[in-house]
Ligand binder design. Structure first.
Ligand SMILES: [Zn+2]
Ligand SMILES: [Zn+2]
Length: 362
């Protein structure tokens, strides 16, 4: 056990407390990563508000990048000094989902105690198998991917959740073909990445739908060809107009709001697919007219973490960034210290489009 600083949630809805906690050494197949950066994701906020339950006290945080500082036994592909991104995608590699190429929905459950303890030795939940609102994490080696030495850790941290979720949903879940039309509902962190994913995938037209004019303007910087204000009556009519009088081949729902889920099929063309990415709170329900889907061959498809295979997709996305084809720097709205994490979370909750990143100055 070693002592590190972490931002701990003791009570749902209360501010996180930056305090000393204990971290175990990496076990078999695990690595210890000393973090340089962790971004704040809406999922962290939903957890901290109690939207999805879970054990307390807990350490959230799952969009991280850093340098390996120790490896456990049986780790041969990584060594101390390697720069990596850390993801929450823990996969066994052999269950039917993993074997079928979908490690994001690995079927193996991991019931260990986790590597974290409070300073007085009590259980401390490593949320999302990461616990990255902390100076260091100990994670399974399958959760990490090596990155180039010269890649900034602040931009790298974004790749491990928001970028793979948005871009991955376009290429892996929607399987967009060049020339197809796309609607992206929500122009926040994931939405902007779905928009630039659609641009990279060769979409013909990309309609961003959001409640905010400001976010629609930012969406255009990321590749949206049209913007539609969600606050107007029957906003899908404006989308039809933008798409030359028809619906979209793919609609990506990147927010957790139920009205967005219920309206999404309205934006679809015949045979189109709605990809469900945003995570509503547990227990929230949406309703549909099934006949509308059955009669015209439309589909509703759930997508977790962009259905990525991190070892395949993250190196590709880093190349896109380094070639100037994927915007990452522009996704960062603020840089904060761990001590400022509650301010950074409050800023994220104001609905700003982009990501706040915690930097560990070491
Ligand atoms: Zn996330
Ligand atoms: Zn598995």
């Amino acid at each position: 056990m070693q002592t590190i600083k972490a931002a701990v949630c003791h009570e749902f809805g209360a501010p996180l407390v930056v305090e000393e906690v204990q971290l175990a050494a990496p076990d078999m197949g695990e690595v210890e990563v000393t973090l340089d950066a962790v971004a704040i994701c809406h999922s962290d906020i939903s957890y901290a508000e109690g939207a999805w339950g879970g054990q307390l006290p807990a350490v959230y945080g799952h969009e991280a990048a850093g340098v390996i500082s120790a490896v456990g036994s049986g780790v041969s592909d990584f060594s101390a000094g390697d720069p990596v991104v850390v993801t929450l995608i823990r996969s066994c590699g052999t269950c039917p989902s993993c074997a079928g190429g979908k490690p994001t929905i690995c079927e193996t459950s991991y019931n260990g105690d986790g590597p974290l303890r409070t300073s007085d030795g009590k259980p401390l939940e490593q949320a999302m198998a990461c616990g990255a609102f902390a100076e260091k994490v100990v994670v399974d080696q399958r959760q990490i991917v090596k990155i180039p030495q010269d890649l900034g850790k602040d931009v790298a941290s974004l790749i491990s959740c928001g970028v793979i979720t948005g871009v991955g949903a376009v290429v892996n879940a929607a399987q967009l073909r060049p020339g197809q039309d796309v609607v992206v509902i929500g122009a926040g962190g994931v939405g902007l990445n779905a928009i630039q994913g659609a641009r990279i995938a060769g979409a013909r037209r990309i309609v961003a739908v959001d409640m905010s004019e400001d976010k629609l303007a930012i969406a255009k910087e990321f590749g949206a060809t049209h913007g539609v204000l969600a606050t107007q009556d029957q906003p899908w009519r404006a989308s039809y107009k933008a798409l030359g009088g028809r619906g979209a081949d793919a609609v990506l729902i990147t927010v957790g709001a139920i009205p967005a889920y219920e309206q999404a099929p309205r934006y679809l063309a015949r045979g189109g697919k709605a990809i469900m990415i945003g995570m509503p709170h547990s227990g929230a329900k949406a309703s549909y007219e099934p006949v509308m889907l059955a009669a015209v061959g439309q589909g509703l498809i759930g997508s977790k973490m962009g259905d990525v295979v991190i070892q395949r997709d993250i190196p590709w996305m880093i190349d896109l960034y380094q070639q100037g084809r994927l915007k990452l720097d522009e996704l960062i709205s603020g840089r904060w210290s761990l001590e400022q994490i509650n301010e950074a979370i409050a800023d994220t909750k104001t609905g700003s489009a982009k990501r706040n990143v915690i930097l560990f100055n070491r």
